[in-house]
Ligand binder design. Structure first.
Ligand code: MSP
Length: 629
């Protein structure tokens, strides 16, 4: 292998039509785990994620919110970036398909394919599914609906450009068969092979007439057409390296494209054939993971069962969430999300097995050794067993094939082994005997926890680091050498820590919920309370941004008299669009100062889950100053 080849891992780039949910978190977290592991193994890593911002879906979502597509994307992209921070994701770059550099590269590649005769203009008709942005033949349809999403399709006839994908059917089959780990898991590989072998591969329509789709990259050889969103999106894996990756390392081909099973064909077939036509080497692996359901049902907005990662993290902590997702199910299979399951994992695996081990050891070492740890002899029997598990965890194929649940099982074997070692050696008894054996036993326990912390780190970075520091290792880096049983470390001092994973008391949780409900009842207000708030209709007569603030807008509002109101609505509104609006103002609020400006009242507005603000208005002309009840 080329010595300078870095480890390159990608996630899908997510559509900015909606806010991120547990599914998006799942793929990105899995990439983060492997990226962190590879970094501690000493590999140079480039971990790419980003957002897919063109196409009809995004154009429509923007229109529904009354925004321009780019303006909409700029707002939505922050939700993804913010979630990755909350989840402790260490991506090396974030690509947006609206980046100028990306757009240029997409056009260059399109031109190249066109010049080589790989793209052709043809008359075309077919059944089109707008939400999926895909054409289907009548035969593909299931009961007249889109076979992917089950929604209505429409008949469309138009001239379009086609990428001559069919040419590559046989070479792609040959590539997949020659490289058994090209598509994983095995079942997904078989799915792709049967897709490719059972019917002739068609050509791929890669354009949309401009009058139907404006929000996208124009074809470089025909301005009347926009590039099909998938053709634009897939290229991100290639374009990002040209302007976002360190130049001192060779990154191509990607080691893993991580995707969900829903986008297997677009990657395994469209992307692979695009690369074959461009004569760019194919990635080493495409891995399609399973889907999360909730109580057996697909997550959907209409069912109201979409799991919000922020809420789970707020309630249970980021590391418990990371652990649960990858321990609960095998990464290739579907999994069912429930709070009961997460609580079970926290109480059994994290609080009981892991938390107790760390705590017991730290307390004992503090009590008997004053916190000191010095390398001592190594217990032979224990070592043999520990090393057996270490070498199993380190097995490259486990990591390369994303067998995260098995890796975690094995880490837990190491945890039980160490817990059993404590039970067997009974340090509290040895302490009473004043025996010299005590520092030896404690050193062996310390050493096992040290290795456990290193392996846990990619999955639970905060907790791994906490344990690491409690072991007295804060001045040592968590790296490859630290997997080794034999340690060069001379002497350290352990530190007391709080329980890393406190048990969740389910009955207490239920009681708390009951109490919350009761409190809510108590919070009800009487009509008199409400009438204390004076609401008035106000007409905006002046509006300007507050200098130095992205959020604040200064308004002069007529509510029968002129009032200055400073409102945090600048990310959702421009001053111009506010002029003339009839808004609702709380007129008897004590004045407050915002960035040095007095605000003499407050306007009413709703904030949606993606952070967009919508101002309340009246639906008929009303005189400024009219009261509201
Ligand atoms: N923009 C395309 C991908 C282009 S890649 C060149 C897209 N975006 S998406 O926002 O719809 O995200 C799709 C990805 O989100 C899936 O592939 C999967 O990784 C993840 N998931 C979405 N829902 C999911 C579940 N319910 N469960 C697990 N992951 C799922 O498709």
């Amino acid at each position: 292998m080329n010595q300078n080849k870095g480890f390159y891992i990608t996630t899908p780039i997510y559509y900015v039509n909606d806010i991120p949910h547990i599914g998006h978190a799942y793929t990105t977290l899995s990439a983060d785990i492997l990226a962190r592991y590879m970094r501690i193994k000493g590999r140079k890593v480039f971990f790419l994620t980003g957002t897919d911002e063109h196409g009809q879906k995004v154009e429509r979502a923007a229109r529904e919110r009354g925004r321009f597509p780019k303006e909409h994307a700029d707002i939505m992209v922050e939700n993804f970036k913010d979630l990755w921070k909350v989840l402790n994701i260490q991506n090396d770059a974030f690509i947006r398909t609206t980046d100028e550099e990306h757009k240029k590269i997409v056009q260059q590649l399109l031109q190249k394919l066109y010049d080589r005769g790989e793209i052709e203009k043809r008359k075309y008709s077919g059944m089109y599914c707008t939400p999926c942005e895909r054409f289907w033949t009548v035969k593909d349809l299931i009961e007249g609906k889109c076979p992917d999403c089950g929604r209505d399709v429409e008949f469309i006839e138009e001239e379009n450009y086609f990428f001559l994908m069919s040419k590559y059917q046989n070479s792609l089959i040959a590539h997949i068969e020659k490289n058994p780990s090209y598509i994983l898991p095995e079942t997904r590989k078989n799915e792709v092979l049967s897709f490719l072998k059972n019917k002739p591969l068609g050509d791929l329509c890669i354009s949309r007439p401009r009058q139907r789709l404006q929000w996208g990259i124009p074809l470089p050889f025909d301005e009347n057409y926009t590039t099909y969103v998938w053709f634009d999106a897939l290229i991100n894996y290639y374009s990002a390296l040209q302007y976002l990756a360190p130049k001192d390392t060779e990154w191509w081909p990607p080691d893993h494209h991580l995707i969900g099973k829903d986008i297997l064909i677009t990657h395994a077939v469209y992307w692979s054939t695009m690369l074959l036509a461009l004569e760019i080497p194919l990635p080493r692996n495409i891995f399609a993971h399973g889907w999360w359901t909730v109580k057996g049902a697909k997550m959907s907005k209409s069912l109201g069962n979409v799991v919000n990662p922020y809420e789970v993290v707020k309630k249970y902590g980021v590391d418990a969430f990371r652990y649960f997702l990858f321990r609960e199910v095998s990464f290739g299979l579907d999994g069912d999300f429930s709070e009961e399951a997460i609580i079970r994992r926290i109480n059994n695996d994290l609080a009981n097995d892991l938390g107790n081990l760390v705590n017991r050891f730290i307390v004992m070492n503090e009590k008997y050794m004053g916190g000191k740890i010095k390398p001592q002899w190594i217990d032979e029997d224990f070592t043999v067993e520990v090393q057996k598990i270490i070498s199993e965890i380190e097995k490259e194929s486990l990591w390369d094939e994303f067998k995260f649940n098995i890796i975690l099982e094995k880490i837990w074997e190491l945890i039980s082994l160490t817990n059993n070692y404590i039970a067997k050696t009974e340090p509290w008894k040895v302490a009473k005997e004043n025996s010299e054996k005590l520092p030896h036993i404690l050193f062996n326990i310390w050493n096992a926890i040290r290795v456990i912390a290193v392996f846990l780190y990619p999955f639970m970075p905060d907790s791994g680091k906490k344990i690491w520091n409690a072991l007295g290792l804060e001045s040592y880096k968590i790296d490859y050498n630290m997997f080794k049983w034999k340690t060069e470390i001379k002497e350290v001092e352990t530190k007391k820590i709080e329980q890393i994973f406190p048990r969740i008391d389910v009955t207490k949780e239920n009681k708390q919920e009951q109490k919350n409900r009761e409190n809510k009842m108590e919070e009800l207000i009487a009509i008199d309370d409400f009438l204390k708030i004076k609401l008035k209709v106000g007409k905006v007569i002046e509006a300007e941004r507050v200098k130095g603030s992205e959020k604040l807008i200064k308004l002069i509002v007529d509510i029968g008299e002129k009032r200055q109101i400073v409102a945090g609505i600048g990310k959702s509104y421009s001053p111009e669009e506010l002029l003339g609006k009839s808004i609702i103002v709380v007129s008897n609020l004590k004045p407050a100062k915002l960035m040095g400006l007095e605000s003499q009242g407050m306007l009413l507005a709703a904030t949606s889950s993606d952070g967009t603000i919508s101002i309340l208005t009246v639906d008929r002309e009303v005189n400024p100053g009219s009261g509201i009840k």
